[in-house]
Design a protein around this ligand. Structure first.
Ligand code: F0G
Length: 453
């Protein structure tokens, strides 16, 4: 059971099917356009959508809002240093700001970054610096149905080849994303991380963690990596940070806060250069774009997020919803991770070709059917078409992500999602595909307009 009880509640929307049908028309079938009060269960993201603990709220009230050297910064610094071991810690307003500050400082045009899988903002920030982001996911990641426990791993053989290959001189950074959000929320094993770190050290290339979900990764390591069975998630997390040269962190995930993040570094000279950019663009180094109360709540959230009972209940919730999904006859990326389920919409809707966006079609139907908001991760997100709508590239899989906000929804809420999935699957053959009517030139999924076929 959940290791907490509820003290503060917020009403959620109850809408009629007709209201939801009208809302879909109004937002041109793009769920990012919905008002939050039109959504009953919001599974769009697990980022910044968690519930605060009483201890976090208390920390919020005791936040020190001094411009420089606040008590809140000192508490934040102590908490992050104790967890990561990095001597240089720069607060930032969220994960992508840490990416921008580090990449703008470290990368030069023409450089290459390697990763198990870059998250989309990470890739965008690499590319904005005139560099190339290359993903090297392990072969096991390609089989969505297999039960392999560490499908978030980097392909060590390809990493070794790249670091010793003709382009080696251009490789400036290796980024290990824990857990691998772009790759189905799958974890990275400690064995894989330590092999990657050894290769980077021999090649003289820095390795950093994209640590947004470090605690969830550590939990899965304690469950599935035999050498870590008796370890606590906190011990695994500390060891993971120790293997790297630094980290990029979005505290909106495993900091369990609504905003915030940090950049942690070992290298004093690199940290000094990053700090200069931070002062110019984020804020003074003892607040970095955050209020003192945010820093305090992150410090407390980082202490709570590795508690085994909390992580166990999070895993139980995701497994519960995974069972309901399978029982509805819908397959998902196996094994389910902790922060989200990735439903195989392509398999559920074989009558909808990739460039008519089966994942998006399923997202719209789940909203119409039960007020559930989710996000497509398929050819709407990753694909490209020519002016006539003919596909140029399609995504490898047509997925739909149901993200699970932290400490926010109860089993009853998840049971509602399960019922909606079951009803939706029963009439899956009547779900229409979509065509794009208008789209922006980049990051189209946020603002694209569509119409059903
Ligand atoms: N890295 C990973 C692995 C992420 O999942 C995200 C955000 C970021 C970096 C960027 O952090 O949002 O604080 O700037 N992921 C959210 C999501 C948006 O829904 O998966 P941010």
């Amino acid at each position: 059971m959940e290791p907490y009880r509820i003290k503060v509640v917020e009403p959620i929307a109850s809408t009629t099917r007709e209201q939801r049908r009208e809302a879909l028309v109004r937002v041109h079938y793009n769920l990012f356009g919905l008002r939050a009060d039109e959504v009953t269960i919001d599974l769009l993201t697990d980022s910044g959508t968690g519930a605060l603990s009483a201890a976090q709220l208390a920390a919020c009230v005791s936040g020190d809002e001094s411009y420089a050297g606040s008590r809140s910064f000192l508490r934040f610094h102590r908490a992050v240093e104790a967890l990561t071991g990095y001597p240089h810690i720069l607060p930032v307003h969220q994960g992508r700001a840490a990416e921008r500050v580090l990449f703008s400082t470290l990368l030069k045009p023409g450089h290459i970054t390697l990763s198990n899988t870059h998250f989309d903002t990470t890739r965008a920030n690499v590319e904005l610096n005139g560099c190339t982001a290359l993903d090297l996911p392990c072969a096991e990641a390609l089989d969505l149905d297999s039960d392999e426990p560490f499908k978030g791993n980097i392909d060590v053989a390809r990493l070794e080849k790249a670091l010793g290959g003709p382009e080696a001189g251009r490789i400036a950074l290796v980024i290990m994303t824990l857990t691998n959000n772009g790759g189905g929320g799958q974890p990275v094993s400690m064995d894989n991380l330590s092999r990657a770190a050894d290769l980077c050290r021999s090649a003289g290339v820095p390795i950093v963690l994209d640590a947004a979900r470090f605690a969830e990764n550590a939990w899965l390591v304690t469950r599935h990596e035999p050498a870590y069975r008796g370890h606590s998630p906190r011990q695994v997390a500390e060891e993971a940070f120790a293997l790297a040269d630094g980290c990029l962190m979005s505290a909106k995930k495993d900091g369990i806060t609504h905003i915030g993040g940090f950049l942690g570094l070992r290298d004093a000279e690199l940290a000094r250069r990053c700090e200069q950019l931070l002062v110019a663009t984020e804020g003074f180094p003892t607040y970095g774009g955050l209020a003192g109360r945010d820093l305090d709540m992150i410090a407390q959230g980082l202490a709570e997020v590795t508690e085994p009972e909390y992580l166990q209940s999070r895993a139980d919730a995701s497994h519960h919803l995974a069972r309901l999904t399978r029982a509805a006859g819908i397959s998902l990326v196996e094994p389910p991770g902790l922060h989200a389920l990735y439903l195989n919409a392509g398999r559920l809707l074989p009558h909808i070709p990739p460039h008519q966006y089966p994942g998006h079609a399923l997202a719209c139907r789940l909203y119409l059917e039960g007020g559930i908001r989710s996000v497509e991760l398929g050819s709407l997100y990753l694909g490209k078409e020519d002016a006539q709508g003919r596909p140029i590239t399609t995504a490898p899989y047509e997925l739909l992500r149901l993200a699970l906000p932290r400490r926010t929804y109860t089993r009853d809420h998840l049971d509602h999602v399960g019922e909606v999935l079951a009803r939706t699957a029963e009439s899956a053959d009547r779900i229409p595909g979509y065509r794009i009517t208008e789209q922006p030139p980049a990051l189209r999924h946020f603002r694209v307009k569509l119409a059903p076929l």
